[in-house]
Design a protein around this ligand. Structure first.
Ligand code: HMG
Ligand code: MG
Length: 299
């Protein structure tokens, strides 16, 4: 069966904008987040407190949080890799964070300059301190369906890292198909494997990139396996600068179109999102890759 309601975890301002060549002015970012909230999104991953040299596109994290009027009832999680990032986030009144691990050694090295073990050791005090401060913590496991350097990633390897992230004390775990190579059978098997290891679907989110056009099919497989939190990026912008061949996330509009059709509630106004993507596309200087945005945009 399918859930009655799905929570969309919007990642456009973070996963989307971290990969844009153009530097997006901070006031445009703030307006983007505000428009997403106005369209009915209730969780909006806003930026990253990572090293500014590693992701210059999000070097304005402090200014963005300063420019944004955060509304009650809306969650604005940010990426935090380490204690330095947590200090910066706490200084700006952040109440939700996400740590981001990798199922593979290759990506852990490239993305975090750490082995998998070292990155988990880096996250442990972050989660501990965050929880002591009453901060909600999500954990990502990247390369959950394949890795550009290592190829196939065995399910047991993903399950093992996922279970270790959960054991750190995260509230929710997002399975990242960072390079968009996964297919639905793999997604079902992974969620079943996690369940067998004690990580139940009610603790999971799915994070698909649409590189191979599989993101919606994979999402449907995840919903049928009991997942009710789905990551998506308005307009389908995005990708990871440290993952070869990663393109944009599942577009939020494509997701909302499918869920509307299935009668699954999201609380999101599709027209308002499409208008936001068209506005953003003008600022980015290129059209949205989302099929739904294209279909709903007059010539
Ligand atoms: P490092 O070079 O090993 O850092 O980078 P370090 O710990 O050796 O520290 C070196 C210097 O950086 C120190 O300064 C630190 O204070 C400073 P110094 O003492 O030399 O003057 N520093 C910082 N400054 C500001 N903010 C910080 C910070 N941390 C250290 N947070 C590090 C290690 C983790 C920092 C680096 O690798 C990094 O920032 N990586 C982030 C990469 C990233 O953001 N990637 C994209 C997001 S992941 C993704 O997109 C996948 C996802 O979407 C899911 C999916 O699709 O699968 C989530
Ligand atoms: Mg991603």
């Amino acid at each position: 069966g399918l859930p009655d309601r799905v929570t969309i975890y919007e990642v456009g301002p973070r996963d989307g904008l971290q990969n844009e060549k153009a530097v997006v002015p901070v006031d445009v970012k703030a307006e983007f987040v505000t428009r997403l909230a106005a369209a009915g999104l209730r969780t909006i991953e806003t930026t990253s407190f990572v090293h500014p040299k590693w992701v210059p596109q999000l070097a304005d994290a402090e200014e963005l949080l300063g420019a944004l009027s955060r509304e009650p009832g809306i969650r604005y999680p940010v990426l935090v890799p380490n204690e330095r990032g947590l200090d910066r986030a706490l200084a700006h009144g952040v109440t939700e964070i996400a740590i981001f691990g990798s199922a593979t050694e290759s990506f852990a090295r490239r993305n975090l300059n750490r082995t998998v073990d070292e990155s988990l050791a880096m996250f442990a005090p972050v989660v501990e301190r965050a929880r002591a401060e009453g901060i909600w913590v999500r954990g990502y496991v990247s390369m959950a369906c394949g890795d550009p350097w290592e190829g196939d990633v065995p399910i047991e390897q993903v399950v093992s890292v996922a279970a270790r992230m959960m054991a750190l004390g995260v509230s929710q775990l997002s399975l990242g198909d960072t390079i968009g190579v996964g297919t639905p059978g793999q997604v079902t098997a992974l969620i079943e494997g996690l369940d067998a290891a004690g990580v139940t679907a009610d603790r999971l989110a799915v994070h698909f990139h649409d590189t191979y056009g599989q993101a919606l099919a994979n999402t449907l497989a995840a919903l049928r396996a009991g997942v009710t939190v789905v990551d998506a990026s308005t307009g389908g912008i995005g990708g990871c600068p440290y993952a070869e061949s990663a393109t944009g996330n599942l577009a939020t509009e494509d997701l909302v179109w499918m869920l509307d059709g299935l009668g699954v509630e999201t609380g999101v106004d599709l027209d308002a999102l499409v208008a936001t993507s068209r506005w953003m596309a003008e600022r980015l200087g290129r059209p949205s890759p989302s099929r739904v945005v294209q279909a709903l945009s007059p010539e």
